[in-house]
Design a protein around this ligand. Structure first.
Ligand code: IDC
Length: 381
């Protein structure tokens, strides 16, 4: 009887989790397979021992958060009121006064999978305790037909994304609106949807210097610069520009945003464009750092809109010595970066432990190894 009762409770929890749109941790992590360049074999490892289970985000916990002190409204000295509209000058992101300026912060996980992390206390903690100035809002487009992604849940995705942008505006932080292409690997596949989305969102936020647009997270599966990404960008960028002429726009690059050299040899002809380079520190090392250095020397403005301290599957072990090499280089080159991810999923890359809750004020015992390390990095560098 007891056993059956337990089963019933478990089934009920699983059903609620499904209804709440919890995402499946795809153990195959198919996007990390078949990488042609820059990836080691580690990437095909599954992300964790838990990788085949359903992950149940901690929607129900009501952790008491000890919030950092700080004004939750726009206050002098906070990022956007101090630095204003950003733009790109040469390889540098610069602020309204033309001074080099670096954005550093966390990326959310899939917004509709971990919506509870989009709240004021969490973002305020990132601003005032973690010392960050940007939040990247990752809106998955069509992740292996997951019902909660944009293609299957446009309004729900928009709602949580806009909540994130509004919070950043309220807290005077920068916000990156990330059209999180991973599947399909070719951003051209949903060009019409991207145009419709970016037209409407850039109209809505045309007056907000807070907003940065990232039009395709990680093209992959053979989507080339010339054949797919550049033509896609040439359709989407003018739509954003028509509404928001001076916004900074980040463009993904081939092979999961690693082949920035393709962009250098055939750049886009618009102003205020940055090209995405992504790394996962236990997979991508000197080769990719050398590519970064040579592309920056060649004049390419680069934005590391996503990186992990672990391997490219989001799992495996953390490699903090490689992460430190990466972030020291990025700081030296004034390159902005966002860490994947603000979520409590049971995978190495997620910053918060299941017991940590979503409401900010996290202490070390509520953070994963990666979360502890990255918080300390942001606070001390
Ligand atoms: C991963 C998430 C994982 C989720 C998977 C879905 O961490 O929970 O199941 O996506 O496909 C990226 C991607 C990013 C990946 C991350 C780790 O931009 O979406 O998130 N990663 O695999 N590029 C390299 C690694």
């Amino acid at each position: 009887m007891r056993k059956n009762f337990g089963k019933i409770v478990l089934t009920a929890i699983m059903s609620i989790a499904l209804l709440c749109g919890c995402e499946r941790n795809f153990s195959s992590n198919s996007h990390t397979n078949n990488h042609s360049s820059g990836y080691s074999s580690k990437e095909s490892q599954s992300s964790s021992d838990e990788s085949s289970k359903w992950d149940i985000p901690d929607f129900f916990s009501s952790s008491e958060s000890s919030l950092p002190s700080g004004d939750s409204g726009n206050s002098a000295g906070t990022p956007v009121s101090t630095h204003g509209q950003l733009s790109v000058n040469g390889t540098n992101l610069v602020d309204k006064n033309g001074n080099p300026y670096q954005l550093r912060g966390m990326s959310t996980h899939g917004l509709t999978w971990f919506p509870d992390f989009v709240n004021e206390q969490a973002f305020l903690t990132l601003r005032d305790d973690w010392n960050t100035n940007v939040v990247r809002l990752a809106m998955y487009v069509d992740e292996w037909n997951n019902g909660q992604c944009y293609m299957n849940n446009k309004q729900g995705s928009r709602d949580i994304l806009e909540k994130g942008v509004e919070l950043c505006i309220k807290l005077d932080m920068y916000a990156i609106i990330d059209w999180h292409v991973l599947n399909p690997g070719d951003p051209l596949k949903y060009t019409n949807e991207a145009i419709e989305f970016f037209d409407s969102i850039s109209k809505k936020y045309s007056d907000s210097p807070n907003v940065i647009y990232e039009i395709c997270n990680e093209p992959n599966s053979g989507a080339s610069w010339e054949g797919s990404i550049k033509p896609y960008a040439e359709k989407v960028i003018p739509v954003i520009r028509a509404n928001d002429p001076d916004a900074v726009i980040i463009v993904g690059t081939p092979t999961w945003s690693q082949d920035i050299d393709r962009a250098l040899s055939n750049p886009l002809s618009y102003n205020n464009i940055m090209y995405a380079l992504h790394f996962y520190a236990d997979t991508h090392r000197d080769d990719l750092r050398n590519r970064l250095k040579s592309c920056v020397n060649g004049g390419l403005p680069v934005f590391v809109s996503e990186f992990g301290c672990c391997d490219a599957s989001g799992g495996g072990g953390n490699n903090f010595s490689e992460t430190e090499k990466w972030l020291s280089l990025l700081d030296e080159l004034n390159i902005s970066y966002c860490n994947w991810a603000l979520a409590d999923k049971n995978e190495t890359c997620c910053a918060i432990l299941g017991s940590g809750g979503a409401n900010g004020g996290w202490n070390d015992s509520q953070l994963s190894e990666s979360g502890k390390w990255i918080r300390s990095w942001f606070k001390n560098h």
